[in-house]
Design a binder for this molecule. Structure first.
Ligand code: HEM
Length: 380
């Protein structure tokens, strides 16, 4: 911790995991080219995520429900929205996700090169989401194309492009909401239709609010699930002995294994906060109104907490920050865990090996995204 604080550090084209591993050996905090203070250590990321008084989530000028809300308003929305993501609410979808996974795995060619991220992860994420929300299957090509463009725009760091892509997603969601509003007197009773009838504080949710909610449920999640599948399949190709363990493990044990694989290589890199008052963190005096980045990927690999980053699903579980911590912790954790566990179990019930392809190593994603861009593998 003796070196001068790096300011104006560029993350462009960097593999976030490798770059933050290197930075963390010398610094607990760095400042990037956008003027964001990036917290790299586990205890600092946790402290800021838990300090809702001094670190606000109101980081964007766009409406973000519930992500961008603070205090009582945030709590009111979470109380309503969390009901859609409880075990009871999600249990009926377990057979649906199993069917989606089985059909996909049956379609994926065996003995030929496929890309784990795009051919399995992205397609499974889109199909599972469409089933959960009651969106038409015909949307699949449009959503897959959107995911690709969203990734490219995010990687480019070009604000106009990311704004345009976000608008395109909102258009898709608005069309679906319109159709549900028209069907309100009809029979539609899927999750999207239920959301269209939902009230918070006695007021019906407006279209603008529903778009924001669905954007936060799906927009980010589609990409995260696809990236998670890439990370999990890469880890298994590197550690084939895990296949037998997973095949004989309980559902809870498989979910713990998945969480630990994601801790070691967390593709959901970061979330932002803004300071509400001057704060002193990581030895730095930071003024009010400063932009802070909670870097989950780095915090999850902090050697001071995770002894040499040894794979240990049981020992590391309670410190795992893949789904965040505090009031904004991911409400979709159960849904994501179910989807990922079912996808993995289904895959391993029909293939005996996942092998890399000679001359085609997995390609890492670059900041601000984590995990892999492309993972060529052969299933057999
Ligand atoms: C593997 C997949 C996922 C990962 C790694 C992930 C990770 C996270 C993390 C780290 C946060 C904390 C944000 C913060 O502190 O600012 C978060 C929040 C959130 N996640 Fe997830 N998530 C995933 C999937 C999902 C799914 C499936 C949904 C919903 C269907 C979802 C909905 C949300 C929402 C709405 C928030 C904001 C909560 C709030 O601000 O109160 N996520 N997620």
């Amino acid at each position: 911790m003796t070196e001068k604080l790096p300011i104006g550090l560029s993350f462009a084209d960097k593999d976030v995991r490798a770059f933050t591993d290197e930075l963390r050996t010398k610094h607990a905090i760095v400042k990037n080219t956008s003027g964001e203070w990036i917290l790299l250590k586990h205890h600092n990321v946790m402290a800021a995520a838990l300090d809702h008084e001094r670190f606000s989530s109101h980081v964007s000028r766009y409406l973000q429900i519930p992500n961008g809300l603070d205090g009582e308003e945030h709590t009111q929305y979470r109380e309503v929205l969390d009901r859609y993501l409880t075990r009871e609410a999600l249990t009926p979808f377990i057979p649906v996700f199993k069917r989606v996974a089985s059909e996909l795995i049956a379609q994926v060619p065996k003995g030929k090169v496929i890309d784990a991220v795009n051919d399995i992860g992205a397609v499974f994420a889109v199909r599972a989401q469409c089933q959960w929300l009651g969106w038409p299957a015909e949307l699949e090509p449009r959503l897959l194309a959107w995911m690709k463009e969203n990734h490219a725009a995010t990687r480019s760091g070009k604000h106009e492009w990311t704004a345009k892509v976000a608008e395109e997603f909102d258009d898709i969601v608005r069309e679906i909401i319109q159709s549900r509003r028209i069907e309100q007197n009809g029979t539609a009773d899927d999750i999207t239709a239920q959301l269209c009838r939902e009230t918070v504080n006695g007021e019906l949710l407006t279209d603008q609010k529903i778009v924001s909610i669905l954007r936060n449920w799906t927009g980010g999640d589609l990409g995260s699930i696809a990236l998670c599948v890439g990370v999990i399949m890469t880890h298994i190709a590197e550690h084939p002995e895990l296949i037998a363990t997973i095949k004989t493990s309980s559902n809870e044990q498989v979910e713990a294994i998945v969480n630990e694989i994601l801790r070691i290589d967390n593709p959901f890199v970061s979330n932002r906060r803004v300071t509400k008052c001057p704060v002193h963190i990581c030895g730095q005096d930071i003024p009010a109104g400063a932009k802070i980045q909670l870097n989950w990927t780095s915090a999850n690999r902090d050697q001071a907490v995770f002894d040499n980053n040894q794979f240990d699903p049981i020992k590391n579980a309670d410190k795992n920050l893949v789904y965040g911590i505090g009031k904004h912790a991911c409400p979709g954790q159960l849904l994501a865990s179910l989807e990922l566990r079912i996808a993995l179990q289904t895959l391993l019930s029909s293939v005996n090996s996942i092998s890399f392809v000679d001359g085609q190593p997995p390609e890492r994603e670059v900041a601000p995204v984590g995990g892999y861009h492309r993972v060529p593998v052969i299933l057999s």
